[in-house]
Ligand binder design. Structure first.
Ligand code: AMP
Length: 397
């Protein structure tokens, strides 16, 4: 069993909260996307409302176990203080005297944010003594960092051993598990997945698992061309993973055996060069001429995918349909976002999981039109694959 923070009053408690504040920060120390901070607010606000002191900890970037001001969480502390009406005490180290002093100074209704956990190699090394030092700061532990739940690090796994039963899942973690869990455990049918992005290689296990669950899988993005090659088509200069052609054949075969509609785009938008100003045209997917590059799914495929999604009851999307960063090749991805919006409006559960599809849906302005946008790229894919997430397992009592 995993305890929800909803069933506990944090009154008078100091609470170590593992959040995911791994946000993009520009050279002027400005946070350019605050989604992850905003997503943690319900948990932080619940602890404050109960009369507890949230002691927030997170990683930021990859400082590789060394102090590096480029990866300091100080700008996040300033940002938090500016959007919440609460004092935020920033501790210049996540353990030892700076952390202990900040926690001691904080009064009820105030927040502590500890410096980047990954300034210590012991965080990723999941070292017991480091976990113990972190745990010694507070009475209770909450994990609200779904994006880090697939890693057994000190702050996600090791630390839980020092809290007995005083460990809880935060609202964001619970929301992620609810949406991804119900999609994989008891989805309403038709269950449709859309899988795109650059390569098949990182998504083999995801596709395999989805073949067990879905009615239809719609393929797009760069991986399309390895599938088309597997069918014996010419793909010009499109992205190809030569060493995955056989795997693509196997997946097509497996889909047939399982009676899953594994659908490849019927037409493709191709360009002479890999840039937005290039000449481009639409061709049937078995007619890509030599020298041309597949950039996006074609209009017939966009319409077909839109209609399938529109009639689905559960939708999971990972990976853009084309090179969406270039406006001329963003329409395939846009048609998926529009299909998901329609489908959500008709009561379907629609989930976007994984890094670039989240960037795409944000860029296209559709993130409020789906049921759930997962904050964890790698974690959401590992969850879909059916892997145990160490950060979640560690919360079990
Ligand atoms: P991923 O991280 O695997 O989801 O891949 C996302 C990337 O795939 C984005 O940067 C897209 O530009 C890229 N992508 C999508 N379609 C294509 C394509 N047809 N050719 C090359 N790259 C693509």
């Amino acid at each position: 069993m995993i305890k929800s923070i909803n069933d506990y009053s944090f009154s008078g408690k100091k609470v170590l909260v593992r959040v995911d504040f791994n946000v993009p920060i520009d050279e002027n120390l400005k946070i350019t996307d605050d989604t992850r901070i905003i997503s943690s607010l319900p948990t932080i606000e619940k602890i404050l409302k109960d009369g507890g002191i949230p002691v927030l900890c997170s990683h930021l970037g990859r400082p590789k176990g060394k102090v590096n001001s480029k990866y300091s969480l100080k700008p996040v502390a300033d940002y938090l203080a500016s959007i919440l009406n609460f004092t935020v005490h920033f501790a210049e180290d996540c353990i030892g005297e700076p952390a202990e002093d900040a926690v001691a100074k904080a009064k009820l209704g105030e927040i502590v944010l500890l410096e980047n956990l990954r300034f210590h190699p012991e965080e990723e090394g999941n070292v017991k003594e480091f976990s113990e030092s972190l745990a010694s700061l507070t009475d209770v532990y909450v994990n609200d960092a779904f994006g880090s739940a697939h890693r057994a690090h000190a702050s996600t796994e090791g630390v839980t051993k020092f809290f007995g039963e005083n460990k809880f899942a935060g609202f964001l973690l619970l929301k992620e598990l609810k949406y991804l869990g119900s999609a994989m455990e008891n989805p309403q049918n038709p269950f449709v997945s859309i899988i795109g992005g650059a390569k098949i290689s990182g998504k083999i296990d995801v596709i395999r698992k989805l073949l067990e669950k879905c009615d239809s899988i719609l393929i797009g993005g760069g991986m399309t061309f390895t599938f088309l090659k597997a069918k014996g088509y010419n793909i010009g200069n499109s992205l190809l993973e030569e060493d995955r052609i056989n795997l693509a054949k196997e997946l097509l075969e497996e889909a047939k055996e399982r009676k899953v509609n594994l659908i490849l785009p019927s037409d493709i938008i191709i360009a002479k060069e890999f840039n937005n100003n290039s000449e481009y045209k639409i061709v049937p997917s078995d007619k890509i001429p030599d020298g041309w590059i597949g950039m996006d799914i074609g209009i017939a495929a966009q319409n077909e995918y839109f209609n399938i999604i529109n009639n689905a009851k559960t939708v999971f999307w990972n990976g853009p349909m084309g090179v969406f960063e270039m406006t001329n090749f963003a329409n395939g991805t846009l048609s998926i976002a529009k299909g998901m919006k329609e489908s959500t409006g008709k009561g379907a559960v629609t989930i976007v999981g994984g890094g670039d599809s989240v960037a795409a849906i944000n860029q296209l302005g559709f993130s409020k039109d789906v049921s759930h946008v997962s904050t964890g790229g790698g974690a959401s894919l590992e969850f879909i694959e059916g892997k145990v997430l160490p950060g979640v397992k560690a919360l079990e009592i």
